[in-house]
Design a protein around this ligand. Structure first.
Ligand code: F6R
Length: 615
């Protein structure tokens, strides 16, 4: 839930680390800090606030020179966001300095022991406990830093990605991971350390992703020394060639990453089905599904586990898979599933959905499902992420980096992958005719251009946003495949504008929420022309008779809803099960513009972080 960066090599470490922290700010942004070794001493600067605040402070406080350093951007877990709790943290002697992403669960016990041995703590963090534990181990043995870190980590319960160095041996950095991501960029006589590859992509395409329970001693002019923390096994590092480029992770002329990512959706969806949806041959090809077809087809049921927006994509998939494949599907919040003793066995297939591939609850739910013998298939965006490695097989969404904290293109590309899976399974199971299968392929292929057409409603969404930006509450209603879109629309609005919003199945309105409706309540209704259309029109009438304000998302050419709604945004016609890929777009734009007009920090909303690596 924090971002970590480090550098050792021939360059000035400060600009590398600072830019890296800016790119990782999506992971946490309540405080930031940096420690640099300048050849004689460690220069430390840290502050509550954003990386921009750190930059201002560095220029006042230190001369940021040195070619070795570590930096951190924080999302507070232990201890409020303030200067003292910010990372990096020193050990009591001032020799060791550490940055940490994760949580040391047994820190209180360890801290008590260390206090008994005379250690003093200035912060409330679990991280300061860890660095002093390492120091204590070194003090009572002749162990080198790497070994002392290993011994310390074997006493720790929790999750971590750490980088630590010792002023007495300033030519090495020791890193380790368990449950939090850590990548090492391997350059010419230089190494980069980061929570993901974005901080070093302009310097090197070669990266080693540490696995859980692995640590590395990084020394200049020496090969990487990687070993397993628990059993001390030497691991030969796998150097992966990265395919992302700098342009993909910068704003490209948009005011915010979120807007850029909303507008990237036509291409992102195309990238998701490229090489999988083969129109000429009339087939869908997905290696992870082909290789495990027996498991899918013989499944008693499919259980989808995810959190947040990914959970909403799972709900859409439930409707699609049950409709096309006729296998029962259950969709669970990963955080509930993992703690409720679920009935699950080797005849179940679990699909875990996660943009980041690092969400702690989803990861833990996957481990539980595996222990119970289920086959687990992952749908992730981040290549090499923990979830993509923990699952038996999977399919990437290939959406490209999603930096804005509010998920947009992740949602539509997850639905695209899950639709491809459903279609492939339906074909194999024979639950769809050839004609119908072909019709779906052809229509799916047109979705990117229909998303592009829908994006033209941006100016209209902005006008509507200006009218309702001061509303205190919003309702979002949808039915069938578009019920999860209502949930997603409400989530987008609340997370970036801080306006209270709720999503409901349209028909549920009369069982409670209708009491909320008066002339001050804007209600976004997905009223596209499918099976439930007339029913939704009735729901709209009911709202109008109570003076609610209707913002309707309708099928192009609709006149019936236009006559009664206050505002309509059109989306092109498509198959009902593909419609969420279009209807979600105006709702993303609406929440984006409201948040901008309210002067919210759209890409980094308060209290949130892009990947939730704490439970
Ligand atoms: C909402 C949002 C979160 C994430 C959730 C799961 O816009 O971003 O609700 O969807 O934290 O994250 P992943 O998909 O990375 O597992």
């Amino acid at each position: 839930m924090c971002g970590i960066v480090g550098y050792i090599g021939h360059r000035d470490a400060y600009p590398v680390i600072l830019k890296g922290l800016q790119r990782l700010e999506y992971r946490g942004y309540d405080s930031a800090g940096i420690a640099l070794y300048d050849g004689s001493e460690i220069k430390l600067s840290k502050t509550k606030g954003k990386v921009a605040d750190l930059e201002a402070k560095v220029s006042e406080q230190i001369n940021p020179v040195g070619s070795l350093g570590i930096g951190h951007t924080r999302w507070a877990t232990h201890g409020v966001p303030n200067d003292v709790n910010s990372h990096p943290h020193f050990s009591n002697s001032g020799d060791l300095v550490i940055i940490h992403n994760g949580i040391i669960e047994n820190y209180a016990t360890l801290k008590e022991e260390l206090i008994k041995r005379g250690y003093k703590f200035s912060s409330d963090t679990d991280t300061e406990v860890l660095v002093n534990l390492i120091e204590d181990i070194q003090k009572n043995s002749d162990l080198k830093l790497g070994k002392a870190v290993q011994v310390a980590l074997n006493q720790v319960v929790g999750a971590y990605a750490i980088a630590v160095f010792d002023i007495k041996k300033p030519n090495e950095i020791v890193v380790a991971r368990l449950g939090s991501p850590l990548a090492i960029g391997v350059g010419e006589n230089e190494f980069f350390i980061a929570s993901d590859a974005s901080p070093f992509i302009e310097y090197t395409n070669n990266a080693v992703y540490l696995e859980d329970e692995e640590m590395a001693v990084i020394r200049l002019h020496k090969p990487l020394n990687v070993r397993n923390i628990k059993d001390d096994r030497i691991v030969s590092p796998y150097v992966q060639e990265l395919k992302i480029n700098l342009e993909q992770i910068e704003k490209g002329g948009y005011d915010h990453f979120m807007l850029k990512e909303i507008f990237e959706q036509p291409n992102a969806i195309k990238d998701t089905y490229r090489g999988r949806l083969l129109i000429d041959e009339g087939i869908i090809k997905m290696a992870g599904v082909e290789d495990n077809m027996g498991k899918f087809l013989n499944a008693n049921r499919i259980i989808i586990i995810a959190c947040g927006t990914s959970w909403h994509a799972g709900l859409v998939a439930e409707y699609i898979i049950e409709d096309l494949v006729r296998i029962p599907v259950e969709v669970e919040y990963a955080s509930e599933f993992r703690y409720r003793n679920p009935v699950i066995n080797e005849n179940d297939v679990v699909i875990a959905i996660s943009q980041s591939g690092e969400t702690a609850d989803t990861l833990a739910a996957i481990k539980l499902a595996k222990e119970k013998g289920a086959f687990v298939f992952g749908v992730c965006n981040v290549v090499g992420s923990s979830i993509s490695r923990e699952t038996h097989a999977g399919a990437y969404t290939h959406a490209g980096p999603e930096i804005g904290v509010a998920s947009t293109k992740a949602f539509t590309t997850q639905i695209t992958v899950l639709t491809l899976i459903a279609l492939r399974l339906a074909k194999a199971k024979g639950t769809m005719s050839n004609t119908d299968f072909r019709r779906h392929l052809v229509e799916l292929e047109t979705i990117p251009e229909k998303v592009a057409a829908t994006l033209k409603s941006d100016a209209l969404a902005k006008e509507i946003a200006a009218i309702y930006k001061d509303a205190k509450n919003f309702l979002y209603l949808g039915r069938g495949f578009n019920f999860p879109v209502a949930l997603e629309g409400a989530l987008k609005l609340k997370e970036i504008s801080y306006i209270h919003a709720e999503g409901y199945p349209a028909a549920e309105m009369k069982h409670g929420p209708i009491a909320l409706i008066d002339e001050n309540m804007p209600i976004a209704v997905i009223a596209t022309k499918y099976g439930h259309y007339e029913k939704v029109v009735s729901n709209i009438q009911e709202i109008k008779s109570r003076k609610g304000k209707i913002i309707a998302v309708v099928t192009k050419g609709d006149t019936q809803v236009r006559d009664i709604a206050d505002h309509v945004i059109e989306v092109p016609e498509t198959l009902e099960l593909l419609s969420p890929l279009l209807t979600t777009i105006p709702l993303q734009l609406l929440s984006y513009h409201i948040a901008v007009m309210l002067d919210r920090n759209v890409d980094q909303p308060r209290n949130l972080a892009k990947s939730v690596t704490v439970e």
